[in-house]
Design a protein around this ligand. Structure first.
Ligand code: SF4
Length: 843
């Protein structure tokens, strides 16, 4: 279009439309045309095959490095640099030797296959023959070797293709990067409001890093309404060049996720994404079955999701969740074929595998169709690798994932008014306005960036501009001149702070005038929040802090309910009434819940076999160890029978060793206590408060010689303090245990079973009842009063819950450990309160 506009401006009525090709595309087409013309020209490598060749060369040449696979692209860039600047191979440094070795391996690979690498322009250009109809535009100053080779095939260079015009130059400093990107988007909006036919360019050098910020800023300023609707009838107003790695597009991520699950390369997070993906349909309407299976796996603490583990899990899924989720597990594993095969065979099998999993689903939009087509192309490139190399399924999926990660793709957007790019190259065509962001002193001109695989001295001697600060300065000046030549208005900007580091404008911006406010003044609100606020419905403030009353006699949730109510009224309402619990996150290793079950069950067995203090002391160390070990082994066997997936045998053995150690430490401290009889273990009791009842399980109740009782609650987590006198009881279960046990209670305590020692936390009528458990001090209420106060506090808590109270009334500490911020909106509430109570500073 730019070429046509230029022709029209020159008064031409008829002209041939040019083919506009990038450098690589031009080389590939030239090679294909030469072959089509009957010349003896080797086939060119497909992009995937070229990438694979360089990756394998990097594996050999850089075998001593940590991640040699990631160096393939860098070696290819360095090889191109050598060709562009006629640099002779060097063995001065280890990196230079690695480059020579990689080049040799790639050349040998090409020779063996009878192909040519599409980046190997020194071999390709002579094969293309004379190219007198070709013009090169927008390349800046060409490296000397490439310029000479192009001249030999009659390619002409179009210098300064845009017609220079005097440009208005403005500069704008912004508080931070988001503000800078928002300003650029507002400027584009203002320009389009005044002249809808404008074509604008926004240059963001670190676009990949700030891609989501740019998208948000442009969407909000240029098309706020599009954020709230799904149709794009008017077409997009902006496009980002370059695109994202194909693997990050949700459609492709779902396909790769399903393949990784089948190949055993997925972790739990990847399996969870597969089970919830809208692009995978496992043979029937499984949209909810997948989510339910995901939730169940989380509850069961299933962390290993290899095919073997899923196969083991299948009968339990069928038994506990029914046939539909079990069939879903079958589909996750369907179509697996062991053994090795060529890449072309794997490409075919991958297509079949994805079809079995219902990928890509139905009703794809235009952008998704394009992503799918690009993924199919990539599968075609995998197939083009042929029968060699021989790959296992894991290798094939790994290779496909790597290929998808290094291909960048953006669905086509047609001709859009605003283009966002990270390219610092000559824009070539004329834009009505160009905004260049991120021109702060520390980043513009960019610092010297010599190639790590070519000796620095060689790069400096050849005067490669990127290798030195002076060269980068020259390139920066050249880029600025090109931008100014290609527009009638240029705005440059910088952020005064980024990541808490303050910055200045680049010294190259001194010739620019400070931007005036009307440069970005738009006729209507530009940001989404303002747009939505302007269209808000008339609302009436209504304070609603109470839900329906709880009328059932039984309270839900046991002592955990008391803890929730005490911590926050809203949280208790949300979790106990609305079931808004956090999804469990399976962790590697032994699930903490299983750890707790093991210890509790082993201690229960031990105290059933050890009725009192005398029996405890009657055993010598060996006898105690034997008894504890037997109890732990029996409890472990029962825990395995109950769990969805047997724990890893080695870890489980270690966990049992740990449990034995923990129990021995507890028993050592119990031996030094006053005599006691174990009256009850894992005893179920009903506590009634304010007319409502709840079931409690007491880990242990001991009777002492004076007839009083102590209650012990085992804890396997980190030791926490117990404040018996707090207005909001942080551990209300201890007071609840004290109350439910009836009269004659002399102590209540938690025993934290730690790796080093047992720590006791609680309160007693006098010291010495339990190791380290204090009695009320002289200044504190005596024990009977404490029990009375606990009764009142717990009754009030239950009463509060029963009325349906749901105020978000937690402390900051409780909020830090809560998952409900988005539901209770405590942060907005606190902000509103802070704003209301904010006193303006005195002038
Ligand atoms: S975030 Fe804080 S206020 Fe909100 S529910 Fe959780 S604990 Fe309560």
């Amino acid at each position: 279009m730019a070429y046509s506009a230029r022709a029209l401006r020159q008064g031409r009525r008829v002209w041939s439309s040019p083919d506009v090709l990038p450098w690589q595309g031009w080389l590939e087409r030239g090679l294909d045309r030469a072959r089509a013309a009957g010349q003896e020209v080797p086939c060119r490598l497909r992009a995937a095959a070229s990438w694979l060749l360089w990756r394998d060369a990097a594996r050999t040449a850089c075998a001593h490095t940590l991640l040699p696979d990631s160096l393939g692209a860098a070696l290819r860039r360095a090889s191109l640099l050598q060709d562009d600047w006629s640099l002779s191979p060097s063995s001065l440094t280890g990196e230079a030797r690695a480059l020579s070795a990689a080049r040799a391996e790639v050349a040998e690979g090409c020779r063996e296959r009878g192909v040519i690498d599409p980046v190997d322009w020194p071999r390709i250009l002579p094969l293309m023959g004379p190219q007198s109809n070709t013009w090169l535009a927008g390349f800046g100053s060409l490296p000397p070797a490439r310029a000479a080779a192009l001249a030999r095939v009659d390619v002409r260079v179009l210098n300064d293709p845009a017609e220079p015009r005097p440009a208005a130059l403005w500069r704008k400093g912004c508080d931070d990067v988001p503000a800078e990107l928002a300003a650029a988007a507002r400027w584009a909006r203002a320009r389009l409001e005044r002249r809808p036919s404008d074509r604008l360019l926004i240059v963001v050098p670190q676009l990949a890093q700030h891609r989501h910020r740019v998208l948000r800023a442009c969407a909000e300023s240029l098309d706020a309404r599009a954020v709230l609707r799904s149709d794009t009838a008017d077409g997009p107003l902006f496009a980002l060049e370059g695109g994202e790695p194909l693997a990050r597009h949700p459609l492709v991520a779902a396909a790769l996720g399903a393949l990784k699950v089948a190949a055993g390369l997925a972790d739990f997070a990847a399996l969870s994404a597969v089970l919830r993906s809208p692009y995978l349909r496992f043979g029937e309407d499984t949209s909810t079955v997948g989510a339910q299976l995901d939730a169940w796996l989380r509850e069961q603490g299933v962390n290993e999701v290899t095919p073997a583990a899923l196969r083991r899990l299948r009968p339990r899924v069928a038994h506990m969740r029914g046939e539909r989720p079990a069939r879903l597990v079958d589909t996750l594993l369907a179509g697996l074929s062991p053994g090795e095969a060529g890449a072309s065979e794997w490409a075919r099998r991958i297509v079949d595998l994805l079809r079995l999993r219902g990928w890509p689903g139905a009703g794809l939009g235009s952008a998704e169709q394009q992503v799918r087509a690009r993924f199919d192309e990539l599968l075609g490139e995998l197939a083009a690798l042929g029968a060699a190399p021989r790959l296992s399924f894991v290798d094939a999926v790994g290779l496909m994932s790597q290929l998808a990660a290094q291909v960048h793709f953006e669905p086509a957007s047609g001709d859009v008014p605003v283009t966002v790019t990270d390219a610092l190259d000559d824009p070539v065509v004329h834009y009505d306005g160009i905004w260049v962001a991120q021109l702060a002193a520390h980043s513009w001109p960019p610092p010297a960036a010599p190639d790590p695989f070519v000796p620095l001295a060689q790069q400096l001697a050849a005067r490669i501009p990127q290798a030195s600060a002076s060269g980068q300065l020259a390139l920066a000046r050249q880029a600025m001149a090109a931008w100014q030549r290609c527009t009638s208005q240029q705005v440059v900007s910088w952020a005064r702070a980024e990541d808490d580091v303050t910055d200045e404008p680049s010294g190259l911006l001194s010739g620019f005038a400070e931007a005036e406010a009307d440069l970005m003044a738009t006729e209507s609100a530009t940001d989404l929040a303002a747009w939505m606020f302007g269209r808000r419905a008339r609302t009436e403030a209504f304070l609603d802090t109470r839900g329906p009353a709880w009328t059932a006699a039984r309270l839900p949730g046991g002592t955990h309910a008391l803890e929730l109510i005490s911590a926050c009224a809203f949280r208790s309402f949300a979790e106990l009434r609305l079931a808004a619990q956090a999804l469990p996150e399976p962790q590697p290793g032994i699930d903490p819940r299983v750890r707790g079950i093991l210890i509790h069950a082993a201690l229960e067995r031990f105290w059933r076999a050890t009725p009192d203090w005398q029996a405890l002391r009657a055993r010598d160390e060996t006898g105690t160890l034997r008894e504890v070990s037997e109890c732990v082994a029996a409890a472990a066997a029962a825990a395995v029978r109950e769990s969805a997936e047997p724990p890893d045998a080695r870890l489980w053995a270690l966990e049992q060793q740990r449990a034995i150690g923990v129990m021995l430490r507890l028993l050592r401290s119990e031996r030094d206590r006053d005599p006691f009889i174990v009256e009850a273990v894992e005893a179920s009791r009903t506590l009634t408060l304010g007319g409502h009842s709840m079931r409690l399980t007491l880990d242990r109740v001991d009777r002492l010689d004076d007839g009083s009782r102590v209650i012990i609650d085992y804890k396997t987590g980190k030791a926490q303090p117990f404040d018996a006198y707090a207005d909001r009881l942080p551990k209300p279960q201890l007071p609840a245990y004290a109350l439910v046990a009836g009269g004659g209670i002399s102590a209540v305590a938690m025993a934290f079973l730690g790796r080093e020692m047992t720590r006791w936390r609680g309160l007693a009528d006098r010291s010495g009842r339990l190791p380290g458990v204090p009695a009320p001090k002289a200044t504190e209420p005596p024990w009977p009063k404490v029990l009375e106060r606990w009764q009142q506090q717990l009754t009030a808590l239950v009463g509060q819950f029963a009325t349906g109270e749901a105020r978000p009334d937690a402390t900051d500490e409780s909020c830090r450990r809560c998952h409900l911020h988005a539901l209770c909106r405590i942060d907005e509430l606190r902000l509103a309160v802070a704003l209301e109570t904010h006193e303006p500073e005195e002038q």
